[in-house]
Design a protein around this ligand. Structure first.
Ligand code: IDP
Length: 157
């Protein structure tokens, strides 16, 4: 028998970028994470300030695409979310797909809906440390709701 007892319950930060919002993909993207069995614990529809965008993408500050990326992320509303579940950080990255939508596998969000690296629809934290940093950069503790979905026993043993 296989068990998943050694897999940690985690939280990750996901953001539907301005292109995902403009293209009316919000419902479809949320549907995928709900249907997978992950739990939404925080969500806000918001315009991103330049300061927040520069902090969020600070690791890319020296890259040639940095200014364009900040302009883009601040150009229209985004849906910022925190999702919880067993192994959700790596699993969400798989569901999102490779950074470049042209090489992202079909079946992934970027693979199904994108064609351009600068318009890749959604952000997802790439590791436990960045997940923790990004959740606390984007959300206050009181904006997150801890809850136990009644379907849990039907999603995991
Ligand atoms: P990730 O979003 O898959 O984690 P990162 O390498 O962390 O990918 O890059 C952050 C974001 O920067 C990407 O999602 C994409 O929007 C943008 N980006 C990365 N590389 C390029 C590029 O070469 N040209 C334009 N935008 C890029």
């Amino acid at each position: 028998m296989t068990t998943q007892r050694n897999i940690a319950v985690e939280r990750t930060f996901l953001a539907i970028k301005p292109d995902g919002v403009q293209r009316s993909l919000v419902g479809e993207i949320i549907r995928r994470f709900e249907a997978k069995g992950f739990t939404l614990v925080g969500m806000k529809f918001m315009k991103v300030s330049r300061e927040l965008a520069e902090q969020h993408y600070g690791v890319h500050r020296e890259r040639p695409f940095f200014q364009g990326l900040v302009e883009f992320i601040t150009s229209g509303p985004v849906v910022a979310m925190v999702w919880e579940g067993d192994g959700v950080i790596a699993s969400a990255r798989k569901m999102i797909g490779a950074t470049n939508p042209l090489t992202a596998e079909p079946g992934t969000i970027r693979g199904d809906y994108g064609v351009n690296i600068g318009r890749n629809i959604i952000h997802g934290s790439d590791a436990p440390e960045t997940a923790q940093q990004e959740v606390s950069l984007w959300f206050k503790e009181e904006e997150l709701a801890s809850w136990e979905p009644s379907l849990t026993p039907w999603i995991k043993e």
